[in-house]
Design a protein around this ligand. Structure first.
Ligand code: NAD
Length: 278
């Protein structure tokens, strides 16, 4: 059993938000983020509210555009193009998922790559894959920032990323590779997940299944990053069996209070980057 370090994303995100607030205060005109929500998915509404609250905290203008779920692709494209051409708008975010009749890839790639606060535009993703300076998706960037804050070595370490979605797993793996880790990517079709996790110096789990990672799957002294958010009644838990895994880990994120708050802070940090790029 080793003493573990709790990777406190809440504390770090507050520190970053305070720094950003000071930076934003120097800017004229004020940075503006526009969030588009199509339809009225309750979870998406909650996410948007927390983004708006964070914008208010740091002195950023935020506008939410609520669009009916029946909107056509053409209408949505026109709306995004209007925002692309509006010089008072510095960041545009389309809340995902979109209703089924809208082509998500087409919509995301309509956002100007310079206003792409989420870093989901194909151009920005391509730059990430090529290890070039870019806007990095907020959740993986939050994980990286947390690792750096706690001086966790990445170079030469074996990082196992579980989950390969476009918004978390894939950019996470690319970012770790760009920081010289040896990266293994696991997903729903990986056979014998445990054989990979047992070899990991760093585990990043982004799946959405409570207790997917148990103590017997973790090497002594590993660093555990739990991206998962699962609602069990009123309780929110991650993908990792925290209570049992923590005693084997050298460092571990809690859920809530780990990666979640970092995501919002990185979104604001991406907005600053977009502002500076314009
Ligand atoms: P997703 O559903 O798009 O992807 C899930 C991934 O998990 C897929 O790549 C799939 O192959 C893999 N997977 C499924 N079952 C598996 C299994 N048994 N073993 C190994 N891999 C398996 O989800 P996502 O959008 O990437 O989100 C993943 C989780 O992270 C969710 O719980 C989500 O709520 C959470 N999340 C958290 C934040 C944050 O800020 N903390 C941000 C985004 C997503």
């Amino acid at each position: 059993m080793v003493d573990y370090m709790l990777l406190d994303g809440k504390m770090l995100s507050n520190k970053i938000k305070n720094e950003l607030k000071a930076e934003f205060a120097k800017l004229d005109p004020k940075p503006k983020l526009v969030v588009i929500l199509v339809g009225d998915d309750p979870a998406s509404k909650l996410y948007i509210q927390s983004k708006q609250k964070a914008c208010e905290e740091v002195g950023v203008i935020s506008e939410t555009i609520l669009l009916d779920s029946t909107i056509t692709e053409e209408q949505l494209v026109l709306e995004i193009e209007r925002l692309n051409n509006d010089p008072t708008v510095h960041g545009i975010l389309v809340q995902l998922p979109l209703p089924k009749h809208l082509n998500e890839t087409l919509i995301i790639n309509t956002i100007s790559d310079k206003k792409d606060v989420d870093g989901f535009h194909i151009y920005n993703k391509g730059r990430l894959i090529n290890n070039l300076e870019t806007i990095v998706p907020a959740t993986p960037l939050g994980v990286l920032t947390l690792l750096k804050e706690y001086n966790i070595e990445i170079k030469g370490k074996h990082a196992v990323v579980i989950g390969c979605s476009n918004i978390v797993g894939r950019p996470m793996a690319a970012l770790l590779l760009n920081h010289d880790a040896t990266v293994t990517i696991c997903h729903r079709y990986t056979e014998n997940l445990k054989q990979y996790t047992l070899m990991a110096d760093i585990i990043v789990c982004a799946v959405g299944k409570p207790n997917l990672i148990t103590a017997d799957m973790v090497k002594e002294g590993a660093v555990i990053i739990d991206v998962g958010i699962n609602r069990l009644g009123k309780k929110v838990v991650g993908d990792v069996d925290f209570e049992n895994v923590k005693d084997k880990a050298s460092a571990i994120t809690p859920v809530p209070g780990g990666v979640g708050p970092m995501t919002i802070a990185m979104l604001l940090s991406n907005l600053l980057k977009c502002y500076q790029n314009q």
